[in-house]
Design a binder for this molecule. Structure first.
Ligand code: KIV
Ligand code: ZN
Length: 389
């Protein structure tokens, strides 16, 4: 039997995630999040961008000292001062990694960097070599890779590997690509990068077109051994790949993907709740994997199925991700089976079908008027009180 490939999880909640408008973690909160990421099974944490501010430098330093079982990464532009700051901030890390980036797309090179292709290549050569003199683990990202010329990407990546990069990360910086195209890009890199198998290829996707998770999984199917993202998908604009979605997809569809991860899935909800609370960003109820409705079934047909066998409508057990149990909220679409089940759970023993028929009719009448029927409503209904009381 062939061994399954291990997919590393790289969490950038504290760097790209903190680029969410309105989100600002203090150092204590960042350390708390980093320690929870360690429990969640994250392999690499991007603790921040040390040159960007004194606060970020201090936070990266504090995380580097606190974390023992994850690689700790710091971001740097192609700039010696950035690399020096990352080196100083990561001195105490058990396993430090630098993450260097420069844009390679025509629009970024012309308007943002005002650099030619040759100048970008020269900068990559110099700064990767400089970083390599200080770090064993060097990650390189050609920013806006998905809007870059593929042959130029190959040239830049070959050079970065030659100068010592150990990880090549492919960012879909503006969430522009789609799964077929991103998968093909990884295939192309695999065929054309000279030492593809000597380094780790990684995906870094944004969700502008709602495809960040699908794109990350397409990368995994085509040679990526690392997935970058954030918990709850927080990040610039529409956010980053939601790591909980990728982790659970690889688990639930393990026979399809045939990959292994170190993710401790039962820590998912705790990690998500912590970041939601500290970032002040509520999780949409319909969010995959961790939303409040992800394990709630409201329609009568679904409730009846779930009561007979949860697998009829649940592909993920709530307990897998640390959610206590599913729920069958009662509303106007709910069926008799769920209603009877709920009143039994509330302690009412009613077996007479005629009585159940009357109670269920009264419940339906109420549900037509109310969005959610609460347990208080049902108690009132059971003792024959008026609904309007
Ligand atoms: O989205 C992006 O391109 C980034 C890079 C810094 C990797 O976040
Ligand atoms: Zn990004």
């Amino acid at each position: 039997m062939t061994e399954k490939q291990y997919i590393q999880f790289f969490d950038t909640t504290l760097r790209d995630g903190e680029q969410t408008p309105g989100v600002n973690f203090n150092t204590k909160e960042k350390v708390q999040i980093a320690l929870q990421m360690e429990k969640w099974g994250i392999d690499v944490i991007e603790a921040g961008f040390p040159i960007s501010s004194e606060g970020d430098f201090e936070a990266v330093k504090a995380i580097a000292g606190a974390v023992k079982n994850m690689t700790v990464a710091g971001l740097a532009r192609c700039n010696e001062k950035d690399i020096d700051a990352a080196y100083d901030a990561l001195r105490d890390a058990v396993d430090p990694q630098i993450h260097i980036f420069i844009a390679t797309s025509p629009i970024h090179m012309e308007f943002k960097l005002k650099m030619s292709k040759e100048e970008v290549l020269a900068s990559v050569a110099h700064h990767i070599a400089y970083a390599k003199s200080k770090f064993e683990k060097v990650q390189f990202s050609p920013e806006d890779a998905t809007r870059s010329d593929w042959d130029f990407l190959v040239e830049v990546i070959n050079l970065a590997i030659e100068k010592g990069a150990t990880v090549i990360n492919i960012p879909d910086t503006v969430g522009y690509t789609n799964p077929t195209e991103f998968g093909n890009l990884f295939k192309y890199l695999k065929q054309n990068v000279t030492r593809f198998d000597d380094v780790i290829f990684s995906s870094h996707c944004h969700d502008d077109l709602g495809m960040a998770t699908a794109n990350a999984l397409a990368a995994v199917e085509n040679g990526a051994l690392r997935v970058e993202g954030t918990i709850n998908g927080i990040g610039e604009r529409a956010g980053n790949t939601a790591l909980e979605e990728v982790a659970v997809a690889l688990h639930i569809r393990k026979n399809y993907y045939e990959k292994e991860t170190g993710m401790v899935l039962k820590e998912t909800k705790r990690t998500s709740d912590l970041v939601s609370r500290l970032s002040g960003m509520p999780i949409p109820r319909n969010k995959a994997v961790i939303g409040g409705n992800a394990y709630a079934h409201e329609s009568g047909i679904h409730q009846d199925g779930v009561l007979k066998n949860p697998e009829t409508y649940e592909i993920i057990t709530p307990q897998l991700v640390g959610v206590e149990h599913n729920s069958l909220p009662l509303g106007k679409l709910s069926g008799r089976h769920a209603f009877v089940d709920r009143i039994a759970q509330m302690g009412y023993e009613i077996s007479d079908p005629a009585e159940i028929k009357i109670l269920f009719a009264r419940f339906k009448e109420l549900a037509d008027k109310k969005k959610n029927v609460t347990e208080e409503d049902i108690h009132a209904l059971m003792v024959g009180k008026s609904i309007e009381d």
